[in-house]
Ligand binder design. Structure first.
Ligand SMILES: NC(=O)c1ccc[n+]([C@@H]2O[C@H](COP(=O)([O-])OP(=O)(O)OC[C@H]3O[C@@H](n4cnc5c(N)ncnc54)[C@H](OP(=O)(O)O)[C@@H]3O)[C@@H](O)[C@H]2O)c1
Length: 386
């Protein structure tokens, strides 16, 4: 039995992970859950799954939960609460399903504690990939990717030597705006952007999918997870979302991982790794799929993808600045303070102002994150009429 903690259990990935645990009671036992402040959802999960421990970041919400819920061993709050659960000695697998840069602290705590980490969050690796991978090397911990593209590459690479790898191809469904002309972007409502045609996800990643920043974050994530130069990472628009990514080896042979479009598959694989567990719900019907198509990504229409490549090439603190500017811009868009077209403008401005530090330590990364957020907020404040 693997003892599992889900950080970010009230979100899209968190809920799907709980479904998988429910389907495989002989394989997994739920040890701990965490949320930011949604205690209504957390209370329902506590009643159903009876975890030993929970953590809520928001101190006030944590206080309310203490008086309302019956937890066997502990209710923690604050970021320290998350780190405590990420490093808990009664936990074997930490599912990191928190959105945004808030995942960085708990990820480092899980690495320090030598955990198996099922990593869904991408922002932490984008911010501090070099530091994370260095700490991982010096620890017993390991990361099993949950993101469908990274899981695909991970599966294609299994049992191969790193030196045999020539190139990886990340596939992208194209997001909700693929067929929308650029001239119409400025009039798009929040609701239209949030209606993703293929995936049901949290709000931040759905906006990132619309700008293609999500693919850009994945380029940087792949760079670190698979130790591959960014020039060897390609992006292909693949509308059917059946091939989740591909790996090309030195001899020109390409392996692809295919499957139905559902995050339950890579999440289950990350939990059960290295084994595969039965899942009767998913059968890929090739005759229904019909054709598989591939196109070049349009970085003029979707400049955020180009920003991510640039940040990856600049390296050092550049990806942290880009990530922070993106988080602030997406938040402002979701709060209806800026229009959709202003998101890339904010990121571009912050990236051009940022002087990337070489080999930044954690303190420098956090300082870059703080600086970029402050600059982005200032810019957003000035441009609230957009
Ligand atoms: N959804 C997908 O299909 C998918 C696929 C691949 C990768 N990912 C990645 O997985 C991560 C989670 O995505 P999601 O779609 O599941 O997001 P989501 O639905 O928005 O859920 C986010 C979770 O994180 C918690 N959270 C938010 N801010 C937090 C903070 N500051 N500190 C601690 N916890 C916080 C939320 O708690 P509350 O509910 O209390 O706010 C919620 O439990 C993202 O990094 C995303 O890029 C997602």
């Amino acid at each position: 039995m693997k003892r599992v903690a889900i950080l970010g259990s009230t979100g899209s990935i968190g809920k799907t992970t709980l479904d998988i645990i429910k389907q495989h009671k002989k394989e997994f036992v739920l040890e701990a859950l965490t949320a930011n402040n949604n205690i209504a959802a957390l209370k329902k999960q506590i009643a159903e799954f009876k975890p030993g421990k929970v953590a809520v970041v928001d101190e006030e919400a944590g206080g309310r939960l203490r008086s309302e819920a019956n937890i066997k061993r502990g209710i923690y709050s604050g970021t320290e609460g998350l780190c405590r659960i990420a490093s808990d000695e009664e936990v074997d697998v930490v599912v990191l399903a928190i959105s945004g840069s808030a995942a960085l602290g708990p990820l480092l705590a899980a690495i320090n504690a030598g955990k198996t980490i099922a990593l869904a969050n991408k922002e932490a690796l984008v911010m501090a990939g070099e530091i994370i991978m260095r700490r991982l090397k010096n620890s017993k911990a390991r990361i099993i990717p949950v993101d469908s593209e990274q899981s695909a590459i991970f599966q294609c690479l299994e049992g191969r030597e790193h030196a045999e790898l020539r190139r990886v191809y990340l596939t992208a469904s194209g997001g909700p705006l693929y067929n929308v002309p650029l001239s119409e972007f400025s009039s798009l409502s929040r609701e239209e952007i949030l209606a993703h045609p293929r995936w049901r996800m949290g709000r931040k990643i759905t906006v990132d999918s619309a700008t293609l920043m999500n693919k850009g974050l994945e380029v940087i994530e792949a760079r670190w997870l698979f130790d591959i130069d960014v020039s060897a990472i390609g992006v292909l628009i693949h509308r059917q979302a059946i091939i989740h990514s591909m790996v090309e080896f030195l001899d020109g042979i390409v392996l692809a991982q295919l499957g139905v479009t559902d995050m339950a598959l890579p999440i289950q694989y990350a939990l059960s790794y290295p084994r595969r567990l039965p899942n009767k719900k998913y059968n890929l019907n090739f005759l229904k799929v019909g054709q598989l198509s591939f196109e070049k990504a349009d970085t003029e229409k979707f400049p955020c993808l180009g920003f991510a490549y640039q940040a990856a090439k600049d390296s050092g603190s550049a990806p942290a600045a880009m990530n922070a500017a993106n988080e602030e811009a997406v938040k402002a868009f979701l709060d209806k303070r800026i229009s959709f077209v202003f998101i890339p403008k904010v990121i571009e401005k912050i990236m051009s102002k940022h002087k990337a530090a070489r080999n930044p330590d954690l303190k420098a990364i956090l300082e870059t994150d703080r600086w970029a957020r402050e600059e982005a907020r200032r810019l957003i404040g000035k441009c609230s009429h957009f």
